[in-house]
Ligand binder design. Structure first.
Ligand code: COA
Length: 337
């Protein structure tokens, strides 16, 4: 049997989500840009997404706190049991302090370790593997790993921005990891990758100095998502399949051995391609993009939370977290529960 690597076992003892109340449906988008429900549904699988009320203080940190409180309750522990808060985000409330520090202060977590990790849509997958490493290194026993993003604040809701505007939604989701002495449970294998050469296909410039050499600068580009949809699509399909294959090989497993593929939700066609390639049945790869769109770092933990709440995550399951995103980045984290 494939065993987790490390001196300690690690359990995922709780999960929770934090979602804005405001829904942005395809019909809402039809009113502000030249698009249609039919086009969006066919090309992406998205029907609606949530949008944070930034003007009234709904931020990555407030969604993260909502998610963390739900996960703590689910785990049956309190903030006082936490040793560390890690937040995967590319949309912090402000450059500093980090979302993790804001969360720690607002929940009254005292002087525990708290830091953000920016891996864009792959951020949560990197972070959960890094949390395992911190538990193995000690002395941390209980770590909250949160994915929290409010990318809609960087989206252009006009026809010019329609290719990316239709994709993104806001959300947070949190998992609680806890060390135990039973090494039969925990991280089995993981992969973390980047390709900086592809960064020009998906970025948010702050100034003209951030524009790739082969693109022409316009001031309206600043603080707005810039995406070459077709290039990202091709990258995602190929890397998603490659990272699943590599992670299974590292672990000495086949796709049949994995109970749930907990995938970043960027486009249902990208997920279908992975399902077809490995013969993964639909009950092992939950797609919830229709309701939330692409929620960046919150995407995979949101899927896990939904599976857990509906009783589909069982003790003994093997779960592979997967994502790809800006950077370009991609990765996996395979867990024995
Ligand atoms: N509504 C209607 N038409 C749209 C549209 C929209 N929201 N966005 C683009 N179009 C139009 C284009 O202008 C183009 O028109 P043309 O043929 O007259 O030139 C046509 O639809 C096709 O555009 P294209 O960009 O080739 O579409 P696509 O099939 O590649 O789908 C995406 C676009 C964005 C849905 C797809 O490329 C994708 O999902 N890419 C991956 C993006 C991603 O996952 N990003 C996040 C990574 S974490």
């Amino acid at each position: 049997m494939t065993r987790p690597n490390g001196s300690f076992g690690v359990d995922i003892i709780g999960s929770g989500s934090g979602l804005p109340d405001t829904r942005l449906t395809n019909a809402d988008l039809e009113k502000v840009m030249d698009t249609s429900d039919e086009w969006i549904t066919k090309r992406t699988g998205i029907k609606e997404r949530r949008k944070a009320d930034i003007a009234n203080g709904e931020l990555s940190s407030t969604l993260a706190i909502k998610a963390l409180n739900a996960a703590l309750e689910d785990a049956g522990i309190t903030k006082d049991d936490l040793d560390m808060i890690l937040v995967a985000t590319m949309t912090p409330d402000m450059p500093t302090p980090s979302v993790a520090c804001v969360v720690a202060r607002k929940i009254g977590a005292g002087n525990i370790a708290a830091i953000d990790i920016n891996g864009a849509c792959s951020g949560f997958i990197y972070t959960i593997s890094m949390a395992n490493a911190m538990i193995q290194a000690g002395p941390y026993k209980t770590i909250a790993v949160i994915g929290a993003d409010t990318l809609t604040r960087y989206v252009d809701y006009s026809t010019e921005g329609r290719t990316s505007a239709i994709l993104f939604g806001d959300a947070a989701a949190a998992l609680i990891l806890r060390r135990n002495d039973d090494t039969s449970r925990g991280l089995i294998a993981h992969r973390m990758h980047t390709d900086g050469e592809g960064s020009k296909h998906l970025y948010i410039p702050s100034s003209e100095f951030d524009i790739p050499e082969d693109s022409e600068y316009r001031v309206e580009m600043c603080n707005r998502v810039q995406m070459n949809g077709q290039a990202v699509f091709k990258f995602a399909v190929s890397k998603f399949q490659q990272v699943i294959g590599d992670t299974l090989a590292d672990a000495g497993l086949t796709a049949d051995d994995v109970d749930h593929f907990v995938c970043h939700q960027a486009n249902s066609r990208i997920l279908d391609s992975a399902r077809d390639r490995f013969g993964i049945p639909s009950e092992k790869l939950l797609i919830n993009i229709d309701r939330y769109g692409n929620t960046v770092a919150a995407s995979a933990p949101l899927v896990f939370t939904e599976l857990a709440k509906s009783g589909r995550i069982k003790p003994g399951n093997k779960v592979m977290f997967l994502a790809f995103g800006a950077g370009l980045t991609w990765g996996s984290s395979l867990w024995q529960l």
